[in-house]
Ligand binder design. Structure first.
Ligand SMILES: Cc1cc2nc3c(=O)[nH]c(=O)nc-3n(C[C@H](O)[C@H](O)[C@H](O)COP(=O)(O)OP(=O)(O)OC[C@H]3O[C@@H](n4cnc5c(N)ncnc54)[C@H](O)[C@@H]3O)c2cc1C
Length: 325
């Protein structure tokens, strides 16, 4: 039992960003575990994705291809993964912490009698044992789970926790595995993607506004333009979602979305514990608030004490000029 197996997710026929991140971190972890970095591609038609996974550095890309695997079902995809784990014998299996992969990872770990860590933000290997870091209690407690060596560990990792694999690797092989006989208890008859959905959890840059924006018109005048200038999405505190300024799908926090972007700008957001619960693991936090005592400054990488009505238009104009947007 050695090395790492990464479950490759796809978006529109391409390897998902989170899977590229797992391949990046997987390279380092596989070396520490003294084994290869392998990948698993499951689906109806997997050839294109398998080649992409090989280019991301997989020594072997295991594929399980079957018409019944074209859409996700617990039974089908877990059965495929068990076949790949049997072939690869990984010490560590990595997948994302999306809702679908939480379902997958829990079922897989139960079937394999493996260790399971969910919503992981960091991983390391010491003395052959895998340790997974996982925030809980709204990010106020950071837990480290250490798994005894000798059993596969399934770790489901939060998006944007690691840098993406560079790509351009060569020399990987593709090994096709048959789908083991399995009873499919779920039949997916139709998939209807939600249209116009706000994908805050995937955004690398988020600009959020709060009650400090004064009213709905001012929020839309100042926040989306800054988000657009930065090439990001826009979010909101619950206070202004509850006030009806912004739809719920933009809400960040304990009862909204949990996000971990590369850059989180909080403008006129106080930094209540319930808001921080959804964004404090962001890589860089910029707080803009007229109150120097606002709690958001305690978690901020950069802080700017000022009035959003003065700061945001200047910032947006400057960024537009510099970034050409
Ligand atoms: C069970 C529960 C769950 C919750 N879940 C969430 C959640 O998911 N997400 C969430 O966000 N909240 C959540 N809350 C609410 C949370 O406690 C706060 O009430 C909320 O986050 C406050 O929003 P805010 O920062 O926009 O408003 P405020 O706390 O009113 O802060 C406004 C900030 O704007 C600043 N400001 C004012 N004018 C200006 C100006 N002109 N320029 C610059 N700064 C200015 C002020 O100094 C202040 O810091 C939850 C609460 C509970 C009880």
């Amino acid at each position: 039992m050695a090395g790492v197996l990464v479950y490759i997710e796809q978006v529109g026929g391409d390897v998902a960003a989170v899977s590229r991140e797992l391949m990046g971190k997987g390279q380092e972890l596989a070396a520490s575990l003294g084994g290869p970095l392998n990948a698993l591609v499951v689906g109806g038609d997997v050839a294109g994705l398998a080649n992409q996974a090989a280019a991301l550095g997989a020594a072997t890309v295991y594929t399980v291809s079957d018409a019944s695997l074209a859409t996700y079902t617990t039974d089908g995809h877990v059965a495929a993964a068990i076949a790949a784990v049997g072939a690869a014998q990984p010490a560590l299996m990595l997948a994302s912490a999306s809702f679908q992969m939480r379902d997958f990872g829990a079922a897989l770990a139960a079937d394999l009698d493996a260790g399971l860590a969910v919503d992981v933000t960091d991983l390391k290997v010491e003395g052959g044992a895998v340790s997974a870091v996982r925030p809980s209690h709204g990010g106020n407690v950071i837990n480290t789970y250490t798994f005894a060596a000798g059993r596969t560990v399934v770790a489901l990792v939060r998006k944007q926790s690691f840098a993406e694999a560079a790509g351009g690797a060569s020399g990987g092989t593709v090994t096709s595995l048959p789908l083991p006989a399995t009873t499919m208890r779920t039949q997916v008859s139709n998939v209807a993607p939600k249209t116009g959905a706000v994908n805050l959890t995937d955004a690398a840059i988020i600009v959020s506004g709060g009650r400090g924006l004064s009213d709905k018109d001012n929020y839309y005048k100042l926040i989306p333009p800054l988000a657009e200038a930065l090439g990001g999405a826009y979010g909101a505190s619950r206070a202004i979602v509850d006030a009806g300024w912004v739809p719920y799908e933009h809400q960040v926090g304990q009862t909204g979305k949990t996000v971990s972007p590369k850059l989180y700008v909080a403008a006129g957001v106080s930094g209540a514990i319930q808001h921080l619960a959804g964004m404090r693991t962001s890589r860089n936090i910029v707080a803009i608030n007229k109150d120097p005592e606002a709690p958001m400054f305690r978690v901020a990488t950069f802080g700017l004490v000022g009035d959003v009505n003065e700061v945001l238009p200047l910032l947006t104009a400057e960024l537009r000029q510099r970034l050409g947007r």
